[in-house]
Each structure stands twice: as structure tokens, then as C-alpha cells.
Design a protein around this ligand. Sequence first.
Ligand code: IMP
Length: 430
Amino acid sequence: MPTLVIVGAQWGDEAKGKLVDVLGSQASLVVRYAGGNNAGHTVIAGGKEFKFHLIPAGILHPGTKALVGSGMVVCPKGLLEEWDRTIAQQSELGDLIISSAAHVVFPYHRMLDALEEEARGENKIGTTTRGIGPAYQDKVARIGIRMGEFVCKKRFPRRLKEVLEVKNRYLALFGKEPLSYDEILAEYTAYADRIRPFVRDTEALVAEAVEAGEKVLLEGAQGTFLDLDSGTYPYVTSSHPVAGGACLGTGIGPRHIDAVLGVCKTYTTRVGSGPFPTELTDELGDHIRTIGKEFGTTTGRGRRIGWLDLVALRHSCRLNSLSGLVVTRLDILSDFETIKVAVKYKLDGQEIDYLPGDVEVLARIEPVYHELPGWKGDLRSARTMSDLPAEARAYLDFMAEYTKTPVAIVSVGPDRAETIVANENLIWAK
Ligand code: IMP
């Protein structure tokens, strides 16, 4: 049963969208399992640039079912804009399906996200202010409105009334005027009318595809260290990007996952606040940000840049039980004399080789680097491992050896074609 999870192995933005697009062409079902439109996945295909925040990138393949999973929180306006934009770019798409158990993001979630961030002052998380945290708070508090209720003409008005009464009291605590029930109802009823045909119970559909031995791809968003439990709490998102989240956010049991690919860059980036051991706050960081065009797809914010942190990556391999690495942006590191990778940390004068769990400790550690020789030239035309310079291959070998995880795929550019399959057997379990 070839069920494959694709997970971000660092702090998000590892170029998962491209990979989901490339492998999505081989899958019959692609399910996104966590997050909302805080994510941004870019796919370049046929000379066009597609941007996805909610819809699985697999939608670009006619014949593929692209499912918005039960673990997601969905902004209906954002979803419809994305659907309209994508269909205007490419008329033949896969089938969009939305889980009736996914939660809906409302204007009060976005307002509370911004207000709570402001109230945190210096300790702000640096959220995307898309209302993601407050929507997941409602889910856990058991007052959230799920897609199934949202598209039900009878239930939605009653549920909105119930919830809005509570939310308006919260907004009053922040000195805000109450939101109008009639206005939200009118606007969101119009969205619900358009979204209704896509919404259905999805657990049986997913289970049947898995049982039939179809290729099922479970698409993660964000990254391992933004996971609510396993990440650098509290500087995390409110969902479970780790591979375990793929079971929770789709309804597939753990024994049905056959392979887990972890996507990581050849360097590290992070958006928002929180510790970042290998961060480069100097000109070198600025240089990599510029050549790598490291600006957020969702917010446009400049990403924080650092060298590859192998201690953190090995931690991620363990947390996600990675069967293979997908190494992206190898082309960006061309033309450096030497390249550094963190192989240990120094904590209070002692060397350690694990990632501390507490953010205060993590903020105190210093990376211990190993230096590897760089390589020259443009890698974007490389299509096999042997097309790569020996130093680039040695860099990949060092990553694999240190993390005890083999390299499955290498990406040398943003286009679909700029991809090297290093080990086909690691992708879909036979
Ligand atoms: P939220 O998910 O908007 O609540 O933001 C929480 C943290 O996760 C912030 O540091 C965000 O910058 C970060 N974050 C959320 N989504 C992404 C993503 O798709 N890529 C990278 N960082 C993200």
C-alpha cells in the first residue's frame, strides 16, 4: 500500500509544493493534512507560476483527487480566490474535495490573531495573522464551526449566532466594536453556496484508496519545528506538521503509512520569532536571502537565514521516522568557497549533540561547525547525481551519513524539470 507522507523537516518553506506537484502526478489522491492559509506553496510548471495556500498542489494533475483534509482550518474566501485563480491559469484540474470535518476560519479569528499578537508585545510569535491559532483554539474548545455545518443551510445561521456572541465578548475585552451577525451571515452564506458541492465526509474515501493500494500522498504544511508539541514552543503554529499529524489530519491509521519523505533545504530559514541556532545576521545571511529570493509566499516577509543545522535535522529525521530526505535549493549554494554545517552545539561550555527542547536553553546554545568545500557553476541543468560536481555530492553524502537518512530526491531549481531522483526505491513503497 503505497501511502507516502511529505513533511517539512525544518521550519517550513522547504519547497514542499514543488515536490507535491512532481509526485502528485503519480498519485491518485493527494491530501493536505494540517494548517490553513498561513502556508504558501509555489509550483512552476509549463512556464506558469501557481501559488497555493490551501488547495493541495496535486490539483494541477487532471485525474488526481486533491483533498483538503480534516486537520485543516479553511478560510472560505481564500479558498475560492485560490480556486478561481488556478482555474483561470489552467482549465483542466484535478477534483477538489473538502473534508466536512475541516474547520472554517472567520473574520473574528483573524482579528483576534492580530490583537493577541499585539498584546504579546516583545514576546510576539510573529504569526501570519491569518487567524490560524484562534481557529484551532475554537476547535480544541469545541465551539469551532466545521465545513459540514458551514454548508448546511439550516445549521450555519444558528451556529454562527452562538459563536459570534462569545467572540464579540472577547473583542470587547480588546476595546473593539461587536461584529455584525447579519453582515457575516450574508457574506459567508454566499461562500458556503459555492463551496457546498466540494464538501463531503472523506474518511471512507481515503480508507478505500489506501485499501485499494492506490498511490496516496499526504501533504504536510509548515515544518517540523513549528509543530505545536514537537516544535520550538511557544514559537510554533497551532497544528501538527510532523508526520504523525498526517494520521490525525486525514483519518489514516499509523500502520498504513509506508514512507515518509522529509523536505529540507541545503541551508536553513525561519519566518517569525523564536530561537534559530545557526542564524546568520550578517551580510552573508543577506546575500543568501537575496540569491535564494527568501521572502514569504504568504506574507512577503524576508525570511531569517542560517547554515544547515544537522543536529536539528537529525532530530527531525527521528521525530518523523523519515525514510528519505528531499534536499532542495542545492543550486543556491553554488559558488561558495566553503560551506558550514552545524554538527554539535555548545551549551554553558559543554558540547552537546542533541536539540534541547526548551526555547530558553535553545536560545543560549552556540553551534559548532564543520566546514565542507564548496562547488562552482550552475547546477540547474543537472538531471542525475553524476551531473553534480563531486563537492556537491560529498555535501549530500555528509548530510545523509550524519542524519542516517538516505537522500531520495535533490532539487536544483524551482521548475518541475529541475529535479534529480537519487533513489527511486525510497519514494513509493512497493
Ligand atoms: P501562524 O501559523 O500564523 O499562527 O504562525 C505561527 C508561526 O509559524 C510564525 O512564526 C509563522 O511565521 C510560522 N509559519 C506559519 N506558517 C508558515 C509557513 O507556511 N512557512 C513558514 N513559517 C510559517
